[in-house]
Design a protein around this ligand. Structure first.
Ligand code: PMP
Length: 343
């Protein structure tokens, strides 16, 4: 299925030009730069590369994806928000999500004054295709957000291929937790689907949440639209340097080792949670967290807080459910001991 992305884009975006500076015409680093009203003194006085080419080149080598298929955002939260700006006309267009899921799709929909259709995942936290299908006909439905592995449930979502094959709008797959899972990333499918955006992040498996860098992989055409709407200097030089310093073999190996430790620790947590009377259900997780059901989530949550152990109370979105992030071995032991005392 080939989809003309131009038909999906907001009309005012079509004619916009991406940000360019006088410096783009200059190659090399030894010029006298009097073009951008910067201060000549200091170490952080220059504006950063607006297109973060060095990082994109590294990612391109690592993942065998062209730099033209990569966009970097101020966290994947910015990647999500800019998708609204590109595709959704306020007060007219709609997006669709499957709840319970990551809260930012709704936050961005509200900020951008775009209607959000919310379909509930079924009891296995999977998409019910029969409920979804009629929405494919809605011409104002521009983006379907799929979070896989899903936050806060932890499971990977099936049936994504069917949606890609049958929906004529944008399919946005949020893979923030993909590096903890055995599933293959949809990143490799961007050549097959011109309407696919896959977002990933340095915040989770890469351990760099404070740096705020997220990634979108998509067709060249979509990436060009991202470049038209992005704030010119959305990733600071300090943050670009921090990411570049991680993209070498030694650090990448360290990241892989840390993922292994986190997954081992997840097993440790699950084994111990299984033994507890207060835990009713442990939901399958492909991420670095587990969702559990207890008799009274509010009281378990509060008792943990009283002992300085903070987990996420999801009672308001899934009855009596708590989401626990896998921490360091010491943190996980402390959590288990504290829970055992409550049990
Ligand atoms: N997507 C999901 C599913 C998340 O859980 C989060 C953060 N909790 C994000 C995106 C945002 O990540 P980032 O730090 O890249 O903005």
């Amino acid at each position: 299925m080939t989809i003309d992305i131009k038909n999906l884009v907001r009309k005012n975006i079509l004619s916009l030009k991406p940000y360019s500076s006088a410096r783009d015409e200059f190659e090399g680093e030894n010029g006298i730069f009097l073009d951008a009203n910067e201060n000549p003194f200091g170490e952080l006085n220059r504006y950063p590369d607006p297109y973060q080419l060095k990082i994109k080149q590294k990612l391109s080598e690592l993942n065998q994806i062209s730099t033209e298929n990569i966009f970097l955002g101020n966290g994947s939260d910015e990647v999500i928000d800019l998708a609204f700006r590109i595709f959704c006309e306020p007060k007219k267009d709609k997006v669709l999500t499957f709840s319970p899921t990551y809260g930012m799709y709704e936050v961005s929909a509200n900020i951008n004054d775009v209607e959000l259709i919310n379909l509930e995942l079924n009891k296995d936290f999977q998409i019910d295709l029969e409920t979804l299908k009629p929405y494919f006909e809605d011409e104002n439905l521009k983006i379907i957000f799929i979070c896989s592995p899903n936050n806060p449930t932890g499971n990977s979502i099936k049936n994504i291929k069917y949606i890609l094959e049958n929906f004529n709008g944008i399919v946005f797959i949020d893979e923030a937790y993909i590096d903890f899972s055995q599933e293959e990333s949809f990143r490799n499918q961007i050549k097959n689907y011109s309407n696919l955006i896959v977002s990933q992040t340095f915040s989770k498996a890469w351990g760099m949440a404070s740096v705020r860098v997220g990634i979108a992989y998509a067709s060249e055409e979509i990436i060009k639209f991202y470049n038209k709407v992005k704030p010119p200097y959305n990733i600071s030089q300090l943050n670009q340097d921090a990411i570049l310093n991680t993209l070498n073999d030694e650090k990448i190996n360290q990241v892989s080792e840390n993922i292994k430790i986190i997954l081992e620790e997840k097993k440790f947590l699950i084994q111990n949670l299984k033994k507890m009377n207060l835990v009713k259900t442990i939901f399958p997780s492909d991420a670095n967290f587990v969702l559990i059901e207890v008799d009274n989530a509010d009281s378990v949550y509060q008792e943990l807080v009283n002992q300085n152990v903070i987990i996420r109370n999801r009672n308001s979105v899934i009855k009596n459910c708590l989401r626990i992030t896998v921490g360091s071995p010491d943190e996980n032991k402390k959590l288990i001991e504290t829970l055992q005392n409550i049990d």
